[in-house]
Design a protein around this ligand. Structure first.
Ligand code: NAD
Length: 402
C-alpha cells in the first residue's frame, strides 16, 4: 500500500479484516505514521489538540496486524512488467497486489512573490507545525482562496485575535462544495466575526522586504498589508509515477466501483483517484476523509480477494467558528432546494432534489438532518419537498425501522 493517510491505512486494515494473510507493507513519504488531518486547520492551530493525539492508530496496531510500516519513503517508479515499485535509489520492491493511495498536494500560486518567506500552504503535519508557529507571531494574515482550507484557517486565525483578510477569486465562498445559500451564510458568519472577505478578488502579486512578505496586491487594485499569507487554492492529485506508466492522467487515477485500475492487481484509493459516482453525471475526484476511507476499505477487500463496491455516498464536514457545516450527497445538478430551519438562527438544512428525488442535504448546526439524509440516500428513498421543508413533519417516519 503506497500512501500513509486515511485511504492507505484503511486499505491495510481492511485487507487484514477481510482475511489477507500475506505480507503487508504500508509505505508513506512522510516521517510519521498516519495521523488525523481535519484538526490541522482547526483545533491543532488553536493549540487545543496536541501532536501526540493525532496518530490514527497506536503503534500496537501495526505490530498486532503484522504490517510493515515504512516512513520517509517516496515511491518514484512503478514497473508494471516486473511488478515492482521503487523509492528513489532504493532497490525495487516486488508486489503481488498494489494499492496506490498517494493523495494530493496543495496547489501553488503562480504570481510574483509567491516564493517569499511568510507565504505558506497547509496540507500535512509539517505545514501545520510551521503555520502554527507563524500564526503566533503574525500581525496580519492574508488568506488566498475561500475554500475549506481558507475558511477554516481564517476562522482559526480570527479566533486567535488576528486581523484576517480572505481573497476569493470566484463570486462566492466554497463554491466547489456548497450551494449559494450556504456560501451567503458563511460570508455573514465570517464578517460578523471580523474577517474581511473580498469576493471576485484574486491575487496579482506579493511584495516583500528583506525576503519577507509585507503586502499583497489584489486584482481589485487594493493593497493588503500582511506578514503571513496562507494559500488555499485547491489540491493537485499525486499521480506522478502512476502517470508515467499510463495508469493516470493529471486529473487522477481512473478506478472502477471496486477501486480497480486498468492494471491487474493494482488498485487505487483516496484523493488521487477518479471514480464513477451515482451522484454525479461523470466520474469525479472526491476530496474528503469519508471517500478515502470508503475507497480504502474497498481496495483492501479486493486485495484479500473479497471485492466489495464502494458505497459512494459523498460526505463532507467543516467547523468554522461555532458553525458545523455538513453535507451528504452532492447538490450540483439538483433542480429544487428547500430549506428546513432558520439561517438567521444559524441552524438550517437545505434538502436538494432532482425530479422530486432527494440528492443531497447540506446542514449548518443540524446534525440530526444529516443522519436522516444519509439514511434516505443509503436506502434510495426520498421525502417530498413539502415534507422536507415542514419542520413539524418527522422525516424519520418515512424511513424503515432500523
Ligand atoms: P478548495 O478547492 O476547497 O478551495 C479553493 C478555493 O480557492 C476556491 O474557492 C477557488 O475559487 C479559490 N481560488 C483558486 N485560485 C485562486 C486565486 N488565485 N485567488 C483567490 N482564490 C482562488 O481547496 P482548498 O481549500 O485549498 O482545500 C484543499 C484540499 O483540502 C481539498 O482537497 C479540500 O477538500 C481539503 N480540505 C477539506 C476540508 C474539509 O473537508 N473540511 C478542510 C480542509 C481541507
Amino acid at each position: 500500500m503506497v500512501g500513509g493517510s486515511y485511504a492507505g491505512l484503511q486499505a491495510v486494515a481492511s485487507a487484514r479484516e477481510s482475511g489477507f494473510g500475506g505480507r503487508v507493507t504500508l509505505i508513506t513519504a512522510e516521517d510519521h505514521p498516519p495521523y488525523q488531518r481535519p484538526p490541522l486547520s482547526k483545533a491543532y492551530l488553536l493549540g487545543k489538540v496536541a501532536e501526540d493525539a493525532l496518530p490514527l492508530r497506536a503503534e500496537s496496531f501495526y505490530r498486532d496486524a503484522a504490517i510493515d510500516l515504512v516512513t520517509g519513503c517516496r515511491v518514484s517508479h512503478l514497473d508494471p512488467v516486473r511488478r515492482t515499485i521503487t523509492c528513489g535509489q532504493d532497490r525495487p520492491m516486488p508486489f503481488d497486489a498494489l494499492v496506490i493511495a498517494c493523495g494530493a498536494r496543495a496547489r501553488r500560486l503562480a504570481v510574483p512573490g509567491a516564493e517569499l518567506d511568510g507565504v505558506v500552504v497547509l496540507r500535512d503535519l509539517a505545514d501545520a507545525r510551521a503555520l502554527r508557529e507563524r500564526l503566533t507571531a503574525a500581525t496580519s494574515v492574508l488568506i488566498v482562496g475561500g475554500g475549506y482550507i481558507g475558511l477554516e484557517v481564517a476562522a482559526s486565525a480570527a479566533s486567535l485575535g488576528k486581523p484576517v483578510v480572505v481573497l476569493e477569486a470566484g463570486p462566492r465562498l466554497l463554491a466547489r462544495a456548497v450551494p449559494p445559500q450556504i456560501s451567503d451564510h458563511l460570508v455573514r458568519l465570517h464578517r460578523r466575526r471580523g474577517v474581511t472577505i473580498r469576493l471576485g478578488t484574486g491575487l496579482d502579486r506579493l511584495d516583500g522586504e528583506g525576503g519577507r512578505v509585507v503586502r499583497a496586491m489584489g486584482s481589485d487594485g487594493a493593497r493588503y498589508p500582511c506578514d503571513l499569507v496562507v494559500v488555499g487554492v485547491g489540491a493537485v492529485p499525486n499521480v506522478d509515477f502512476a502517470q508515467a506508466c499510463g495508469l493516470a492522467t493529471p486529473a487522477g487515477i481512473a478506478i472502477d466501483a471496486f477501486c480497480r485500475t486498468g492494471m491487474e492487481g493494482v488498485y487505487a484509493a483516496g484523493d488521487c483517484t477518479v471514480q464513477p459516482n451515482a451522484f454525479a453525471d461523470s466520474p469525479l475526484r472526491l476530496e474528503c476523509v469519508q471517500n478515502a476511507m470508503d475507497q480504502g476499505r474497498s481496495a483492501g477487500a479486493a486485495v484479500a480477494g473479497r471485492p466489495e463496491p464502494c458505497p459512494g455516498i459523498p460526505r463532507f464536514w467543516s467547523d468554522q467558528f461555532d458553525a458545523k457545516l455538513q453535507s451528504v450527497g452532492l447538490s450540483a445538478g439538483s433542480d429544487l432546494s428547500v430549506s428546513r430551519g432558520s439561517s438567521e438562527e444559524g441552524r438550517f438544512s437545505l434538502f436538494h432534489f432532482r425530479q422530486g428525488h432527494l440528492r443531497a442535504v447540506d446542514s449548518v448546526n443540524r446534525p440530526g438532518d444529516q443522519i436522516i439524509g444519509r439514511r434516505f440516500l443509503a436506502a434510495g428513498l426520498s421525502p417530498t419537498p413539502d415534507q422536507a421543508r415542514d419542520p413539524a413533519f418527522d422525516l424519520r417516519t418515512l424511513l424503515p425501522v432500523s
